[in-house]
Design a protein around this ligand. Structure first.
Ligand code: JB8
Length: 227
């Protein structure tokens, strides 16, 4: 899988070299390319934004510059992901679907976002016929300063689902994981007593059936508390 991002802040993507994602990249399971949008700003001050038509607060990123940046990235079978607070909420199902793609391109806006004609243009039939799809995505109900951090969140969630990235794929499918793929019950490791707090006795019993029952009941308690 190839993952690209277009941004005015390429340095935001430095963490892609770390941890599991960095290892996946070094192993050739995923390839990253981060592109500086400002390279395509052919005006004196490398400006990428202008005032909004219709008035209002803030600035809007200009479509011409985005077109120059994105055109060369729109290969056959590309998922173009535009981060915006108004997008569809990212979830584990979307991560699993994107993990099956060949090519992801993240368009990271700043200011009040990208001129909407960029979305409209790449949604047109000339791109659809080449299996290029556009997705407006949000990672949650809060407002970030731009799409970079949201892209990092999505890239981490997606990359760990690429076959071969997580050594033991049981940890993605085991019954002890919920539909979103994470452990729902509380976890404990050594020592058995820490600051006067003991690990629940049942976990030291070796009775796997009783342990499974206890974990299931703890998971239910937690789910109710988090409603
Ligand atoms: C300008 O909160 B967000 C988000 C906020 C943004 C842009 C993209 C995403 C662009 N502000 O998901």
């Amino acid at each position: 899988m190839k993952i690209e991002a277009v941004t005015i802040f390429p340095d935001y993507f430095a963490p892609l070299q770390l941890s599991l994602v960095g290892k996946a990249s070094n192993a050739g399971l995923v390839e990253f390319a981060i592109h500086d949008l400002r390279v395509f700003a052919n005006n004196n001050h490398h400006t990428v934004d202008d005032t909004p038509y219709g008035g209002g607060a803030g600035m809007v990123m200009m479509p011409e510059i985005w077109g120059l940046a994105l055109d060369p990235l729109m290969l056959e079978a590309t998922e173009l992901i535009i981060l915006t607070p108004a997008g569809k909420r990212f979830n584990q199902k979307m991560a699993a679907d994107f993990a099956k793609a060949q090519h992801l391109v993240f368009a990271c806006g700043r200011y009040e976002g990208i001129d909407d004609r960029v979305r409209q243009h790449y949604e047109s039939e000339q791109y659809a016929s080449r299996n290029i799809r556009v997705h407006e995505v949000s990672i949650g109900d809060y407002v970030l300063g731009g799409g970079e951090v949201a892209s990092l969140v999505m890239i981490e969630a997606i990359t760990r689902l690429i076959p071969g990235v997580i050594g033991n794929p049981e940890s993605l499918s085991e019954e002890s994981h919920n539909e979103d793929g994470y452990l729902e019950y509380p976890n404990f490791t050594k020592p058995a007593i820490w600051r006067d707090i003991a690990v629940p006795e049942i976990l030291l019993s070796g009775n796997h059936a009783e342990i499974a029952k206890w974990r299931s009941s703890e998971a239910t308690k937690r789910a109710e508390k988090n409603l």
